[in-house]
Design a protein around this ligand. Structure first.
Ligand SMILES: *Cc1c(COP(=O)(O)O)cnc(C)c1O
Length: 374
């Protein structure tokens, strides 16, 4: 069988091991140390001077973001219906209630009009949401200005889950830097990776400092162990931060490679009827195109997203349906949702194509040949 083409595999630059060796040589085998500091510094520099706390996962970053904004038991939090479960799980860890909002079809992210309708409806029922968490799905920036207006008007703080969107931009700002707090992921499949890792980002240094404090068991600055609040063990290992330092040295190339992949698919598949790629609506939106995603919009045809995914799988090529909406997940079935059918449509008709930054021209030929053979 031919070698497997993965959806979004790790792509090392060769510079990572030097920093890992440094960690061993200096015995900084701990969730703090020079690699953690330097990784935070390089992220901060890349993100226009925002303050960064390196953490063990993106999920941990979202959990701390909610805690920093005061989300507690019984609070409601606005969240996307069309996302990965890690956006929503930490809301439930806090004993809070996610309120799912469906997508618009320009960026596939939360529909701002539906979001405002939902907020008005929640307020009418005396349940004003405590926070809004939005996602830049597959790297595509959301309609952030519209969210900011709603956030100001109703005085509800924004969290940007930019786990998939490091390197994406909205207008002149980097994704991850919008809202009160932003979050990133460096899981093995993301645009850069530390194998597992994440970060909390904020323009407000207090949030990054508080995140570091809470992520280190909320240990007070005393010789004995003094704790005034509930803490977490969420810091990033200094060994893994070494991988992150090496990856940050090639972030520009990685984003360029993902954007090249997206362009290449558009060229190679332009004549396929009913194939619609997730696209930048105008030049306010700059996607890292972490994954190239599309819908195959010809219902009833034998040539549909599921049949293409199956055909690719038969040749050892990894592809996937789009996100299964949160309101359709057993685990979240009792939470409120405001729907327009778009997320469900995306799930039923969409496909994520192999999008690694190390895809070769032969890989493209194999993938496109398979799709055409359907
Ligand atoms: C990957 C991902 C996360 C979680 O990140 P981890 O580092 O895997 O915990 C959160 N939200 C979205 C949208 C993601 O894709």
């Amino acid at each position: 069988m031919s070698t497997r083409i993965w959806l979004s595999p790790p792509h090392m630059s060769g510079r990572e091991e030097k920093y890992i060796r440094e960690a061993f040589a200096t015995n900084w085998i701990a969730p703090l140390g020079p690699n953690v500091d330097e990784f935070e510094r390089s992220l901060s520099q890349y993100l226009d001077g925002s303050h960064v706390a390196a953490l063990c996962t993106g999920t941990a970053a979202i959990h701390l973001a909610l805690i920093l904004l005061g989300v507690t038991r019984g609070d409601e939090v606005i969240a996307p219906d069309f996302t990965f479960t890690a956006t929503v799980n930490p809301i439930v860890y806090q004993g809070a209630i996610p309120v799912f909002i469906d997508s618009e079809m320009y960026t596939w992210n939360i529909d701002p009009e539906l979001m405002e309708l939902a907020i008005i409806d929640r307020i009418k029922h005396h349940k004003k949401p405590k926070a809004i968490i939005f996602v830049d799905i597959y790297g595509m920036p959301a309609q952030i200005d519209a969210y900011s207006e709603i956030s100001l008007k109703y005085e509800i703080p924004l969290i940007e889950d930019a786990a998939e969107a490091l390197g994406s931009k909205y207008k002149r700002g980097h994704c991850g830097t919008f809202g009160e707090v932003g979050t990133l992921s460096f899981n093995g499949n993301k645009i850069i990776t530390t194998s597992g890792g994440g970060a909390l980002v904020s323009k407000n240094p207090e949030y990054a400092n508080r995140a570091r404090f809470l992520a280190s068991q909320a240990k007070e600055n005393t010789l004995h162990f003094e704790h005034k609040q509930l803490g977490y063990n969420y810091r990033l290992s200094n060994v893994l931060a070494g991988i992150g330092r090496g990856q940050m040295e090639v972030i520009v190339e990685r984003v360029a490679a993902h954007r090249f992949n997206n362009q290449r698919y558009r060229e190679l598949l332009s004549d396929i009827p009913g194939l619609v790629f997730q696209s930048e609506p105008d030049d306010s939106f700059f996607s890292n195109f972490w994954l190239t995603a599309a819908i195959l919009n010809k219902p009833g045809d034998v040539f549909n997203a599921r049949s293409v995914i199956r055909a690719l799988g038969e040749d050892n090529i990894d592809s996937r349906p789009l996100m299964k909406p949160m309101h359709m997940q057993e685990v979240f079935r009792n939470f409120p949702s405001y729907l327009n059918g778009n997320a469900e449509h995306l799930f039923n008709n969409g496909i994520c194509l192999p999008s690694g930054s190390n895809l070769s021209e032969e890989d493209f030929e194999r993938i496109v040949g398979r799709i055409r053979s359907k």
